[in-house]
Design a protein around this ligand. Structure first.
Ligand code: ZN
Length: 464
């Protein structure tokens, strides 16, 4: 094969490339490769090799076509096909989420060894410097054939760490809607899309994310949505680099030496913000208390209507902060925000001395409302009937639980945004209410391992 197809299309592109937007593409840990064949993967058009050419240093550059992507890459054939399957999976997630099909093809450049790609094989003067120093970037390309239609999106990405998947969410939003929303939203959702492989919506980010959340002071939702423009700083750096470029260099790649230590610092700062962005978007996407509200807000973002977060969540402002904080306290790989969503519907009431209250507590959920309003210092007698287990291969136990406290009934008292420390209960006994408020109860287990629990107990409560 000759390389003329790339040279000629690249020359044509460089004349009409219009950088409307540049999104720095950063992802942190390694994406889970095992998710490539996720249930979301679209079979649509089978990936097929369109062209191949030999780059410098013997690099073989190939072009593949799948249902939504035109992929230019130096990855070996098998890895290129896996990459395409992952990209299609992400577009499947995006199409399901934003309810709009992806129009046309998204052109992308995924480089395993970008140093061996000739300038002429790269689609944009910033492609090499973006891939080396940032990870990737998405740009828009004026759609010459149809003036009124949305611009086409194009991205370039280093072939690691889920960068291409992250960029593909930006590209989808631009191509489908022409907009991506505020920075915290667009980067958070790009990360959600990158790690969307599990149909259960369990937290599936690399463990380094979890370490990060445990090591740093928790951010509030208010802080995250008002964080400003992390990637705008990086985009500004890129624009300044382009502005510095002399006219003689037009059409060639920007030298890597144009990148500064200050640029690197901005990228590192943005990486940290991306983690907060992901955590908030993941939480709001999958917690059933807020998912539809968040989707509505997101639809307004990508439609350029830009409703405010504060307006959309005004009715549940303290509840959503309460639950997001709870999520960050207990986050781990495998955590399910759907199984741990707080029950705000059940209203608690005081229990007359001659009455008793019965409530079912299931093993595979977080804290569950009992409808009992406790009075601090008062004593309550309780008893459980039934059995449960804290894993597929774990033994059935009563609410006293097994070793290490797993499987034991525990309680917590919630009053407004205040939550007491959890306190051990068990199969039967008497406890003293540690605070005024609504009693919630659950089966003690690792917060990341609730889904495989089974069984339930009937908890009977009465005042002493
Ligand atoms: Zn991004």
């Amino acid at each position: 094969m000759n390389r003329s197809w790339m040279l000629s299309r690249n020359t044509a592109l460089s004349n009409r490339l219009l950088v409307l937007l540049i999104f720095a593409g950063l992802t942190l840990g390694a994406a889970d490769f095992s998710q490539a064949a996720s249930p979301r993967a679209r079979s649509g058009v089978a990936p097929r090799l369109v062209a191949s050419t030999c780059g410098s240093n013997g690099a073989m550059l190939r072009q593949y076509r799948s249902q939504h992507f035109l992929l230019n890459t130096d990855l070996p054939d098998d890895q290129a096909r896996v990459q395409l399957a992952k990209l299609e999976s992400v577009v499947g997630f995006a199409t399901d989420y934003w309810k709009r099909p992806c129009p046309g093809l998204i052109e992308c450049y995924v480089a395993d060894r970008v140093s061996s790609w000739p300038d002429a094989a790269l689609p944009h003067p910033l492609a090499r410097i973006s891939m080396v120093h940032i990870g990737g970037a998405t740009v828009t390309v004026a759609n010459g054939s149809a003036r009124k239609s949305a611009p086409r999106a194009l991205f370039f990405a280093r072939a690691d760490e889920g960068i291409a998947e992250h960029e593909s969410v930006h590209a989808y939003c631009l191509q489908a809607f022409g907009a991506t929303g505020p920075t915290w939203y667009k980067e958070g959702m790009a990360e959600v899309g990158c790690y969307c492989g599990q149909s259960t919506h369990a937290v599936g980010v690399p463990p380094s994310y979890v370490d990060f959340f445990r090591a740093n002071p928790r951010q509030t939702i208010r802080e995250i949505v008002s964080q400003g423009k992390s990637t705008a700083d990086i985009s500004q750096s890129l624009r300044e680099i382009v502005a510095e470029e002399s006219s003689q260099q037009r059409g060639r790649q920007i030298p890597l030496s144009f990148w500064t230590e200050d640029d690197t610092r901005k990228v590192q700062q943005a990486r940290e913000l991306y983690r907060w962005n992901w955590s908030l978007c993941h939480f709001l996407c999958y917690n059933p208390n807020y998912a539809s509200r968040f989707r509505r807000l997101g639809q307004s973002y990508v439609s350029n209507q830009q409703r405010s977060f504060e307006d959309e969540f005004a009715e549940v402002a303290w509840q959503v902060e309460f639950e997001y904080d709870f999520f960050l306290r207990h986050i781990g790989v495998g955590y399910r925000v759907d199984l741990t969503a707080w029950d705000w519907v059940t209203r608690p009431s005081k229990l007359p001395r001659n009455k008793r209250l019965q409530v079912r507590v299931v093993a595979d959920r977080g804290f569950q409302a009992t409808a009992l309003a406790l009075t601090a210092g008062e004593q309550y007698r309780y008893r459980c009937e039934g059995a449960w287990k804290v894993g597929l291969n774990e033994p059935l136990t009563d609410a006293a639980g097994g070793q290490n406290g797993r499987g034991r009934l525990v309680g917590v008292v919630q009053r407004g945004a205040e939550l007491s420390e959890a306190f051990a209960l068990g199969d039967s006994g008497v406890f003293t209410a540690p605070a005024d408020g609504h009693l919630y109860a659950r089966c003690e287990d690792d917060w990341t391992e609730l889904a495989d629990n089974a069984g339930s107990v009937i908890l009977t409560l009465r005042r002493e």
